[in-house]
Design a protein around this ligand. Structure first.
Ligand code: TUI
Length: 319
């Protein structure tokens, strides 16, 4: 049994977080992961507070276990959702795509555990100083909005920069990745892409199909020129966007092209106009199954691997 300080801190059974994926991680998916003993997380994305409130209510109807809300800090609604989370006394708030300093006092006073996503050592140190409960160190293998450093590099540097529990994210989808994250000094993992293939994940079936069929070089990164790099599946849309980005298109043109593309992928499965966010690890996600099976599979596999870890150096093969 993997023992982790994050489990006793949050009241969860396994140190497995489900990433807050914009337009995707709703109350039903979050409740399924929390019921399975992990930490389910509702993503606010760029939706208004009323959407998030409704999803919190759905999750509360489906589970008594702790769950979280992820706030995408570039959202125009970030402030009102920050207040909602404090008012509703949600167990955990995670943040992404920015610096949540201005909300930390409010959340802490409300008894909400603050677990920011960090992509740099500087933000990890600042969040530690301001009283975060834990940190999620997310490497650039992830889907969606990403930082520069890879998980292998970022996680041990963040671990060395803080006394807080660190959750590793980016490029993890099985027990091997989980075990490796623990070896880097993390005390838990967050997975997004693997949960795209959960039965309870309500993205369009074609999106799921594309994740399950994806290969090792299935993603690309757009938006670097705008300062907002985003990883998604290679599609006609993302290739065209990339060509425009490096072909001299204006920022306005690119913003306009990208603005509704996430919703189009998730809700409409618009194969031509949608942006299908995905991590690099999609190449290893091969089946659709219940969220509880995903949690069980990664935990049991990591336990098995770790139990025989000391014999690895001698083994001909590590599998
Ligand atoms: O936030 C994410 N992933 C996301 S958010 C999203 S929705 C979106 N919509 C439109 C445009 C862009 C995104 C899709 N995917 N992951 C967490 C994350 N946070 N990754 C990297 C960061 C990050 C990067 C820089 C956090 C803080 C940061 O710097 C803050 C600072 O001021 O130092």
């Amino acid at each position: 049994m993997i023992e982790s300080p994050i489990c006793s801190l949050l009241g969860i059974d396994y140190p497995v977080f489900q990433g807050g994926m914009a337009w995707i991680s709703d109350g039903r998916l979050a409740a399924a992961v929390s019921e399975a003993g992990g930490l389910g997380i509702i993503a606010a994305g760029s939706a208004p507070a009323s959407y998030v409130k409704a999803e919190i209510e759905i999750a509360r109807q489906l589970t008594d276990r702790p769950f979280g809300v992820n706030i995408m800090l570039m959202s125009p609604y970030a402030g009102e959702i920050a207040e909602l989370v404090a008012r509703e006394k949600v167990s955990v708030v995670t943040t992404g795509a920015g610096n949540p300093s201005r909300y930390m006092d409010m959340w802490k006073k409300a008894g909400v555990h603050v677990i920011p996503v960090v992509a740099s050592v500087a933000l990890a140190k600042m969040m530690t100083r301001l009283g975060a409960s834990a940190l999620i160190a997310e490497g650039g293998e992830s889907g969606g909005h990403i930082g520069e450093l890879s998980t292998m590099v970022l996680v041990p540097m963040v671990v060395d920069a803080t006394d807080l529990p660190v959750i590793a994210a980016g490029g993890i989808a099985d027990g091997r990745g989980f075990a490796a994250a623990l070896m880097l000094g993390a005390c838990g993992i967050q997975m997004g892409t693997r949960f795209l293939a959960a039965q309870e994940c309500r993205i369009h079936p074609e999106y799921k199909n594309r994740i399950v069929k994806a290969g090792d070089r299935c993603t690309l990164v757009t938006g670097r020129r705008l300062g907002h790099p985003v990883r998604s599946l290679k599609t006609s849309f993302s290739r065209e966007y990339l060509e425009k980005e490096y072909g001299g298109a204006s920022e306005e043109e690119l913003e306009k092209m990208g603005s509704d593309a996430l919703r189009k992928a998730v809700v409409d499965s618009d194969v031509d106009g949608g942006c299908f966010l995905s991590g690099q690890i999609a190449g290893m996600v091969s089946r659709i199954e219940p969220a509880a099976e995903i949690v069980k599979d990664v935990v049991e596999d990591a336990e098995r691997i770790l139990a025989s870890a000391s014999t690895y150096a001698m083994a001909k093969t590590c599998r």
